[in-house]
Design a protein around this ligand. Structure first.
Ligand code: PFF
Length: 454
């Protein structure tokens, strides 16, 4: 397949929205709050922002450059830019990482569908925090209900991916992102005005640096990679569909700003709301699912119709945000199988969907009937999350930084970030410095410090 036959994002805004669509997802609204809660609040957020600036943005620009230059799937991209070298394994590891993430991510994405139905049937009415906690754990432990939703979600992703790049991804991102943002703002307004919400704000805004240890650093770094969709060639694959006049550094900054704002904004919803009803911030993966129904109940309890409308809207938008992320995860593996193994796009997508359904079933069961089977003290669901977000993505990012910082001809990097000399780029030297030294040394330090096995 020649570059000319590959799809393209129709506009510059489309490129930004598609990349932002990949970045903004469950990572911001589900994973960010519970990681922040488990790691002590404000100080974690500051470390997180540091990771976004020092590792995230430079690595995102690097991925964009690799992808657009090579016009190929992740694995082929490295092969094209570094023929005959082991660098292609970075791309291959990315494909595997994406596949594993999609396996457990679609389980959580499936939960959002269940919550749409619950919100629409007004089943939050009259319940309190304990009821929400009980019904969440009952639902997630159910042997088949979450599996049906997970499979439904993967099938929806499948059909959009098969339809191709432009029509599917771009359109959904354009409508969904602004709507989601507005709704989050409304909910944050409601949450901070709940009685007792001030304690939640304090948790978010008053950093206690004595809490920063190796696990906080690893958690924040992993969250930055996960949330920005970097470290596995996902944005590299998307950039292979970018046009020549897409401004790569600017796109990366915009995506990082949008992504971080959505994450912090969800913090402003979840923590005031959690503190106000006595839900502990370190509740874990259920945090958002047990906290939000309370917000709808407490803030709009005497206007039930408004509670229903807003809660349905929220879960629909959350599902759509997850969908634009699952599409990007799916696309990485589909483009790889399609271009490397000469499968049709449809067949490649079917292989990926089927494989992910198998992983999804296992991950979902590991929260219920398979709870006893743990590896290193973790359920399969937690293990997938830990290994992908905290090890594989940062490791991928480490190699991408080394590749662009040290191996890649600097002429290529300069041409890509300046659109072949047509843009003035002031950050070039800083970018190279961050990619050469700061990102690899920083990532290695955090690994050695916490995992101790490098
Ligand atoms: N960034 C997505 C989120 O925050 O929900 C998850 C994700 C998508 C991670 C794509 C990695 C990726 F390549």
């Amino acid at each position: 397949m020649t570059p000319n036959h590959r799809g393209n994002f129709g506009s510059k805004l489309g490129a930004i929205l598609a990349a932002a669509g990949s970045a903004v997802g469950l990572g911001n609204i589900w994973r960010f709050p519970y990681e922040t809660g488990e790691h002590g609040g404000a100080a974690f957020i500051l470390v997180y922002i540091g990771c976004v600036l020092l590792f995230g943005v430079p690595i995102m620009i690097a991925e964009f450059s690799i992808g657009r230059r090579s016009h190929a799937n992740t694995a082929r991209a490295f092969q094209k830019l570094a023929p005959g070298t082991p660098w292609r394994w970075v791309g291959r590891m990315g494909v595997l990482t994406g596949f594993l993430i999609l396996g457990y991510y679609s389980v959580v994405a499936g939960w959002t569908l269940e919550y749409i139905v619950e919100a629409a049937t007004n089943s939050f009415a009259g319940k309190g925090a304990d009821d929400f906690i009980a019904s969440f754990s009952q639902f997630t432990a159910h042997p088949w209900r979450p599996i049906v939703w997970m499979a439904a979600f993967l099938l929806a992703t499948h059909f959009i991916v098969v339809k191709g790049v432009e029509k599917g991804i771009e359109k959904s991102a354009k409508i969904m992102m602004p709507a989601l943002f507005i709704l989050l703002l409304i909910l944050a307004g409601c949450a901070v005005s709940l009685p007792g919400g001030g304690e939640g704000l304090e948790f978010l805004l008053k950093p206690d640096f004595s809490k920063v240890n190796g696990s906080v650093l690893l958690g924040a770094m992993g969250q930055a990679f996960f949330s920005l969709s970097i470290g596995m060639g996902c944005l590299c694959t998307y950039a292979s569909y970018f046009r020549d006049d897409t401004n790569l550094p600017k796109t990366a900054f915009n995506v990082a700003i949008i992504d971080t704002s959505v994450a912090v904004l969800s913090g402003f919803i979840i923590f005031p709301a959690a503190f106000s009803v006595g839900i502990l911030p370190d509740t874990g993966p259920g945090l958002v699912f047990v906290t939000l129904p309370n917000v709808f109940q407490q803030a709009f309890g005497n206007l039930p119709w408004l509670a229903v409308i807003l809660s349905v809207m929220f879960y629909v938008l959350l599902a759509l945000a997850a969908l634009t992320s699952t599409i990007s995860l799916h696309e990485v593996a589909t483009a790889y199988l399609h271009e490397e193994f000469k499968l049709t796009r449809g067949k490649a997508a079917r292989v990926v969907t089927a494989g992910c359904i198998v992983l999804g079933v296992l991950c979902s069961l590991s929260l219920g009937v398979g709870k006893e089977y743990t590896i290193a003290g973790m359920t399969l669901f937690d293990l997938f999350d830990f290994v992908t977000a905290k090890i594989m993505l940062p490791l991928g990012g480490f190699f991408i930084a080394l590749f662009t910082g040290w191996y890649l001809d600097k002429r290529i990097l300069r041409e890509e970030i300046s659109n072949r000399g047509t843009l003035k780029v002031q950050i070039y030297r800083l970018l190279v410095f961050l990619l050469k030294f700061i990102a690899p040394i920083g990532i290695a330090f955090i690994f050695i410090n916490e995992l101790g096995w490098l």
